[in-house]
Design a protein around this ligand. Sequence first.
Ligand SMILES: [Zn+2]
Length: 276
Amino acid sequence: MKNLRSYDEDSFAFYELVRSRKRDAALVARLTAMDANMRLLFDRYDQSFAANDLQSLNAHGYVNQDKADLGELYEYDSATLSKLKDRLTTTPSGRLVKCQYCTINSISTFDHFVPQGDFPEFIVHPKNLLCCCGDCNPRKGSRWRNAGQRTVLNLYLDTLPAVQYLFVTVDIGFTSMATAFYLENRNGVDARLFALLVDHYSKLNLYERFSDEADTVITTFRSVIEPYRENHTLQETRQFVLETIRKEQIAFGQNYWQSVLKLELINNDDFLIDYE
Ligand SMILES: [Zn+2]
């Protein structure tokens, strides 16, 4: 999980660009007639975004024809939104392929951070769109705030801690391995941010989803260690693995679940004993 760089040009100009690509003249005319209001709403979003206070936004309340017209603007596969996706996933260290909500699946859609059902006005607000996967998107759904607090991380706005907060226990049996991921605030993460992390991991069911994928990771990990171990000491093997984990964390984030799992494994004597 890594922080993402948000769209940094004029939000309303992006909205106008999306609208300009629509071929239905009557639709465009109806949407254009809403411009004065929409500009105000976009300004309000941009201000709340800048203050990291999206949870205090109120829905304008567009319904019926207005809501349906705004809904026409969002097409994931349209050229304008594809370009936005390319832009949002291009980073100095390469193209982001994985959904950063889970870091399990590939990106396949946009999450409307402020939900499109309640806030159709922000259906193509470029700062409201986060690249994510088809598993995370419905899990997050429209439940994004509760009692004035957000319950899902906004990876544009919430700075992820640079310390470990995701942990895993590995129970190694004769024929199988059971993993249990959990969050713990051992390293002094700000209490509110930690509570938000807990909400995020629970809501997206990340603990179970990581465990479901863990066997594949462990199998691949073994296939990397085994040939290396044949010609190196245990100490050298540990060093080699630590180096690869460090690189992985740079690419996928400090609390990348696969790195957390591998770190636990190389420190687990039951796991490395096979290689003694
Ligand atoms: Zn995901």
